[in-house]
Design a protein around this ligand. Structure first.
Ligand code: GLC
Length: 764
């Protein structure tokens, strides 16, 4: 083996002439890559240079690279193995050949009975069949006890082991369930947990990839790609939180959102006239359902032409938006990528002149059918097209629209898949749909984010259905078209937790379910279950049963209000997590903090908010009790104040109006006064509730809106309690409006602290 050292990388020439490079970006971030040029990465951000110790040595077997966190060896045959510094294996290349899955299917009988083959085989983009591209394969050993997490929104359970998953962004109309290989997003990242230690593996490849995670064999898992170059990263634990932090060091963290985006949002396909929207807002206020946004689905547009408004249904849209704003309700509008083919339509004509649309190989614009009928697709891999799309957001921002919801950006096409050889740009250079499909949605969201930022100066609020790894830098996401079924309510929790583990904490699910008809019980349980998902939106499809908070009368309305109010009381907990722990999820599967506990490694129906609040919703029809597993430590029942020892399961009564919540002893929760929407300018007081004997909490405060915090315009508060004693310190002041009073509720008493401006401090 020829080894050439370049900085923190070893460039290797293997016995068969192949070139491979292995290096470290951080002590626990290892890159394994092809020795040739790599394509542009849509996932990664530059990792700031840091000094750390690293050795690269030639050994009898090949090469050995070591940092304080990991040792990587490469042998003459190119096998890459990673070890912890104590010599224990972390993840190793599998030696031997794969044993293809044995299938015994009779295609004729299968089709006669209408058995869906997608559950058992790739339908298209077979990873070995793409002409002209050498398939790429990574095969790693799988340990008997190994659990595998991550992979974005893929359906099924938290533990992805035992299934084969594909990354090919797909508008999936069939019910989402664990035998569905594809969904809307492509996040080729898994976290392995074995023998109490975690590591991560991220394959930065935008082509269709397949992650067979122990379905074919219990001895290995494999990842193959239909194209691209070998390029993957290993993240060394041993803590799963280390892996999550390392992954977001490489792919970026979620920028701080506008605070109101954490409020309740009401949507439907579609609230289709000004009167309907005004009535909806008025009803929210009349019935005291806190609400920060109403979403307008495609029917607000003029014939589904993007960046237009229907002059008949929304003749005074600007005025309507301004009036709603007065009531504290913002308007978010949907925008799809498909631009209607219409000679009379300015966006289409302008786009044609500027050559912004993807083309057939012969250079003519590629046309498919989406909501507006025949439509063309902006070539978002071209930075100039992103700028053009960003500028077009001005139509919306001029109306006062506060957020943009990007849909159908897999991209979807009603005429069938976009041919693989359709010409899309890759960072400005001609490429193909095959290579760029999986980043189409991401690039659309990126364009929207940049456009909104330039136009408004505010933190952009973008929601996207299709994304690739690293999307958290630009957009929040939702889990697409779920159904109003209990199975989909159960699915929502592992989906949201998996998105969090995949670097995307700002996610939500259509509360109540999108298609089919919900029930009073289901929509109630759904709100309870998703109550701490950062994106809290009730959304449903056309012609389905109405599911607004009042749709089922009482007692649904009262219960619904109670929980939306609880969300508002605890909203600062979410905002603090975004501000102070940006590299970790908000909704966390228990395994993230209790990885040694076998009881939580496959737990699908509980989650933590941060590390202090445990949520155990009822997700079974008719259930009024449930088993709740509390991990090690003492937990305090949020509703009764009773302390319960952890490391055990308990039976909890949970009638329809009860959401089992437990607070870890030693924690504080920020508790806001109830408001009907988020209005930072009126936030002059805050309460902290103390749980257990002693604890501390850091609270973050800023204007909740723009980027001034990046120049230091924020405050930090350190709140402590010990028994009956409490203290509040303003440890940093950069935002000019500190709270006038802060209350700390300890077990026995309320401590009220007043701000003393001259001292920039709080006195009891
Ligand atoms: C897609 C979206 C859904 C939206 C509908 C109409 O199905 O996933 O949320 O309501 O399109 O725009």
């Amino acid at each position: 083996m020829i080894i050439e050292k370049r900085g923190r990388f070893a460039w290797l020439t293997l016995a068969d002439g192949r070139q491979l490079a292995v290096g470290a970006l951080r002590p626990n971030i290892i890159q394994v890559r092809d020795g040739g040029d790599l394509p542009h990465s849509y996932a990664t951000v530059p990792v700031a240079a840091e000094d750390f110790a690293l050795t690269i040595d030639e050994t009898a077997a090949g090469m050995r690279l070591a940092t304080a966190a990991v040792v990587v060896t490469v042998d003459e045959a190119g096998h890459v193995d990673a070890f912890y510094p104590d010599g224990t294996a972390m993840v190793q290349d599998f030696r031997g050949t794969r044993t293809p899955l044995v299938r015994d299917t009779d295609p004729q009988i299968a089709s006669a009975e209408n058995l869906d083959a997608s559950a058992v085989a790739m339908q298209d983009h077979s990873l070995t069949d793409v002409p002209g591209v050498a398939p790429l394969e990574i095969v790693k050993t799988l340990r008997p006890d190994e659990h595998l997490y991550g992979l974005g929104d893929h359906a099924g359970f938290l533990d992805k082991r035992g299934y084969a998953w594909e990354n090919w962004n797909t508008d999936e109309g069939r019910p989402h369930q664990e035998d569905l290989a594809r969904l809307y997003k492509s996040i080729p990242f898994v976290i392995g947990l074995t023998q109490g230690r975690a590591y991560g593996l991220f394959v930065d490849n935008t082509y269709p990839t397949r992650f067979d995670l122990g379905k074919e064999s219990a001895d290995y898992y494999y990842i193959d790609a239909a194209g691209g170059k070998l390029n993957y990263y290993l993240f060394a634990g041993p803590a799963m939180t280390d892996v999550a932090e390392a992954y977001t060091t490489l792919t970026g963290t979620t920028p701080l959102p506008q605070k109101w985006t954490l409020g309740y949002q009401q949507s439907r396909f579609s609230y289709a006239s000004e009167k309907v929207v005004r009535d909806l807002a008025a009803k929210m206020r009349a019935l005291n359902i806190p609400c920060d946004a109403i979403h307008l689905d495609i029917d607000y547009m003029d014939g589904f032409r993007v960046f237009t408004a229907d002059p008949k249904r929304f003749p005074q849209m600007k005025g309507m938006i301004a009036d709603l704003k007065q009531a504290g309700i913002k308007v978010v509008t949907i925008i799809d990528p498909g631009v209607k083919v219409d000679k009379q339509y300015a966006i289409y004509e302008d786009g044609l002149v500027k050559h912004v649309f993807a083309t057939n190989p012969d250079g003519t614009p590629y046309v498919n059918t989406v909501w507006p009928g025949k439509a063309v697709y902006p070539d978002f891999g071209n930075p100039a097209v992103r700028t053009w799309w960003g500028q077009n957001q001005q139509f919306l921002t001029d109306l006062g629209v506060a957020g943009v919801w990007n849909d159908m950006n897999e991209p979807a096409g009603f005429d069938g898949p976009i041919p693989d050889d359709t010409v899309f740009s890759d960072n400005g250079q001609p490429s193909t749909a095959l290579a760029m499909h999986n980043v189409f949605g991401q690039n659309m969201a990126h364009a929207t984010y940049d456009g909104l930022q330039k136009l408004t100066g505010k933190r952009p609020f973008v929601i996207s259905r299709a994304v690739y790894a690293g999307a958290q830098r630009y957009t929040t996401v939702w889990t697409g078209d779920n159904r109003s079924t209990w199975a989909h309510l159960r699915l929502a929790l592992p989906q949201l937790c998996s998105l969090g583990l995949s670097g995307i904490p700002f996610a939500g699910t259509d509360i109540g379910g999108f298609t089919s008809d919900t029930t009073a019980e289901l929509v109630t349980r759904w709100l309870e279950a998703a109550l701490f998902s950062p994106l809290l939106r009730n959304h449903s499809t056309a012609r389905s049963r109405l599911q607004e908070p009042w749709a089922f009368g009482e007692p649904t309305l009262t219960i619904y209000r109670k929980f939306v109010e609880l969300r508002y009381h605890l909203l600062d907990l979410l905002y603090d997590l975004f501000a102070l722990q940006p590299s970790l999820p908000i909704m966390r599967p228990l395994v993230l903090h209790y990885q040694d506990d076998a009881r939580v490694q496959t737990l699908n129906d509980e989650y933590l908010v941060g590390d202090s609040l445990l949520v155990a919703p009822v997700v079974e029809q008719g259930a009024t009790q449930r088993l709740v597993y509390l991990p090690a430590g003492d937990w305090i029942d949020f509703w009764t104040g009773k302390t319960i020892a952890g490391a055990q399961s308990i039976v909890v009564d949970a009638p329809l109006d009860h959401l089992p919540l437990f607070v870890k002893a030693g924690s504080l929760l920020p508790w806001r006064p109830l408001t009907q929407s988020v209005d930072v300018a009126t936030e002059t007081t805050l309460t902290f509730r103390c749980y257990g004997q002693a604890g501390a909490y850091t609270h973050y405060q800023d204007d909740g809106e723009d980027f001034a915090y990046q120049d230091g315009a924020y405050n930090l508060y350190e709140v402590r309690f010990d028994g009956d004693q409490a203290s509040v310190a303003l440890t940093r002041q950069g935002y000019p409006h500190p709270y006038q009073t802060i209350t700390v509720e300890t077990a026995g008493q309320d401590h009220v602290f007043y701000y003393v401006p001259e001292a920039r401090a709080y006195r009891e």
